[in-house]
Ligand binder design. Structure first.
Ligand code: NI
Length: 270
């Protein structure tokens, strides 16, 4: 599968869970803009069957390379970002980065570990080690009762249990837009257009000094089928990033754990 085809599949799946993204994209494009995707983010559990390496495999096969490691102490996550080596002949923006995080199960209660292990045991088909195509979605059944039990310990664990493997968010690169002066202007436009932004820790996470500013919508609630009924829970959100040049003059391409920490909360139940 080509890079374009994989990202198109991820986008089509993502907008099912976040129809707002389609509307926002259209609103921005109606201003004559062309949207550049800075990165997508995927979530998983730190279990050998479905860990970071497993989730990264289809991207590595396309040529993506591990480019940065992150530790989210409070949320108990490891994360890594992947970049496609840029083609010097391609004068445009680089391919989207891929940000993958994994929940450190060994830092949670035996109850949570058992619940997650039960999900992975019943994953059907069992996750293949050498997959070159992401099998999008949730390969297990889960009850709303389990979802709620996981959520009591980790909103992140509950989200992965409910949605499985898919893009948790896409990210509009603010630098590539010409009709918004900065991220604050883009945020103001989104709010005027009726979208709710994640205000945890301030609408803009990060700073020019940190070389990265990010904001995001709050994930709209979507119907999810559980083994004991359908429930409305937060799905996926849309993110916006503005990058600044580092000491070498080129745009910073990494991530900042301190600011991403609050962004994770965009999918919290409210
Ligand atoms: Ni992100």
């Amino acid at each position: 599968m080509s890079e374009d085809a994989l990202f198109e599949r991820l986008w089509d799946d993502y907008v099912q869970l976040n129809p707002d993204a389609t509307s926002i994209r259209r609103l921005i494009e109606n201003r004559g803009e062309r949207i550049v995707n800075d990165h997508i983010a995927l979530r998983t559990f730190d279990d050998a069957r479905v860990g970071l390496d497993w989730l990264a495999a289809p991207f590595e096969r396309l040529g993506y390379r591990a480019s940065g490691e992150y530790d989210f102490t409070a949320k108990k996550l490891n994360a890594r970002h992947y970049e496609m080596p840029s083609d010097p002949n391609d004068g445009g923006w680089a391919a989207p980065k891929v940000f993958i995080s994994a929940l450190r199960l060994d830092e949670f209660s035996p109850d949570l570990r058992r619940a997650v292990s039960d999900l992975l045991d019943q994953a059907s088909p069992a996750p293949a080690a050498n997959h070159d195509d992401l099998d999008l979605g949730r390969p297990w059944n889960v009850s709303f009762e389990t979802y709620e039990r996981l959520r009591a310990e980790s909103e992140y664990a509950a989200w992965v249990a409910a949605f499985g493997f898919r893009a948790n968010h896409f990210t509009v690169l603010c630098n590539a837009l010409s009709t918004f002066e900065d991220l604050a202007a883009l945020n103001a436009f989104l709010k005027t257009s009726g979208f709710e932004l994640n205000g945890a820790g301030g609408e803009i996470k990060g700073s020019p000094e940190a070389l990265l500013e990010q904001s995001s919508t709050l994930a709209p609630h979507v119907d999810v089928e559980f083994s004991d009924g359908t429930h409305r829970i937060p799905g996926c959100y849309y993110e916006f990033a503005r990058r600044y040049p580092g000491p070498d003059g080129s745009l910073f391409q990494g991530f900042v754990a301190k600011s991403a920490d609050r962004i994770f909360q965009s999918t919290d139940r409210r």
